[in-house]
Design a protein around this ligand. Structure first.
Ligand SMILES: [Zn+2]
Length: 334
């Protein structure tokens, strides 16, 4: 698949009519058309790989005795055998690679996300398979573990509350004074802090226990090199003290209807939150606090890559599938 090719679900369906074609596309996306980016999932060597020719024809038998189009290579350094699925989110899957690629495309291309229920219906999967599949894909959407701090930039910080009936409320629930719990109440809601890097457009969201100054300070210091960066927020008192750690801190005062002053605003974060809430309300209906961080990874990923094509976003995701294995246990355990 060429870099510039723009994919639609129809084009994707035409490109991968067989499982063999789906494998080829996944190999192209992960390793390049000439396999030049192939690396050993065991020893990380990139030196030399031997293609293991199937004994007869194109297919081989899996451990369970079924025919598969999966192609295998052997690492010249550690003799480990692997396929394009080894050590990735696809590892050990019983679902066809075709279905994986369709679901990945849909999750990359739809702004509000796609529910496990819809995937179950569309792709004739069990509820459990569909649900686990979406969480594995979210695992690949997570930021690179070594992504490092946001630095030498302007960061917009803002928080919101997720959950609560009848609709997710923004702001109303925030206590009037620092650490307090005013009328409207934040009980039963989960606080989310989002940081938007104004230069790169990258967003980083996380669940926070509360929105007190101390909590925000810690969560922000974890993500941002504060001395080299500027901070833009609203007038929330929780930001005042930690703002001094930044090169500068400017805020707009929403209580006096000030939303933009020069280049200072929290609009990027507000836009992100409305997208997130549309997705959580409209598509996913109810997301438990326990799984919220996975959905944040999904919405962060799409927002951060919003200026690239759906194809490029899909390629980026496939790039991040290695080393992101997710077992059933952490998803289901309480
Ligand atoms: Zn190796």
């Amino acid at each position: 698949m060429s870099k510039s090719e723009s994919l639609s679900i129809i084009k994707l369906a035409e490109r991968i009519t067989t499982e063999a074609e789906a494998y080829k596309m996944l190999e192209d996306m992960r390793w390049g058309e000439d396999l030049s980016r192939q690396s050993c999932p065991k020893c990380a060597s990139v030196r030399k790989f031997y293609f293991i020719k199937p004994k007869e024809g194109e297919t081989r038998k899996t451990n369970r005795g079924t025919a598969t189009q999966r192609r295998r290579w052997k690492c010249a350094d550690c003799r480990h055998q692997f396929s394009v699925l080894t050590g990735t989110i696809f590892h050990g899957t019983h679902i066809s690679v075709r279905k994986w690629l369709f679901v990945i495309f849909e999750m990359c291309a739809s702004k509000n996300g796609i529910s496990a229920r819809e995937i179950e219906r569309k792709y004739e999967l069990t509820a459990k398979s569909a649900w686990f599949m979406t969480h594995r894909i979210r695992e690949a959407m997570k930021r690179e573990p070594l992504a490092g701090l946001l630095a030498n930039t302007t960061v917009v910080a803002d928080e919101t509350f997720i959950g609560g009936k009848p609709k997710n409320k923004h702001r109303q629930g925030r206590p009037a004074r620092l650490g307090g719990r005013g009328p409207g109440g934040t009980v039963g809601k989960t606080a989310v802090l989002s940081l938007v890097d104004k230069s790169s457009g990258e967003v980083r969201s996380r669940v926070v226990p509360d929105v007190s100054g101390d909590t925000l300070k810690e969560a922000i210091a974890d993500q941002v090199d504060t001395p080299s960066s500027h901070l833009h927020t609203d007038g929330w008192l929780g930001y005042r003290k930690l703002g001094r750690d930044f090169e500068s801190h400017e805020y707009v005062d929403h209580s006096t209807y000030e939303y933009v002053r020069g280049d200072v605003s929290t609009n990027q974060a507000e836009n992100y939150f409305s997208q997130l809430k549309r997705g959580l309300d409209g598509t996913h209906h109810h997301v438990s606090t326990k799984h919220l961080h996975r959905y944040l990874a999904e919405f962060d990923f799409r927002y951060t890559t919003r200026t690239v094509s759906d194809t490029e976003r899909m390629r980026k995701l496939v790039d991040q599938t290695q080393g992101r294995r997710l077992s059933w246990k952490p998803v289901t355990e309480r």
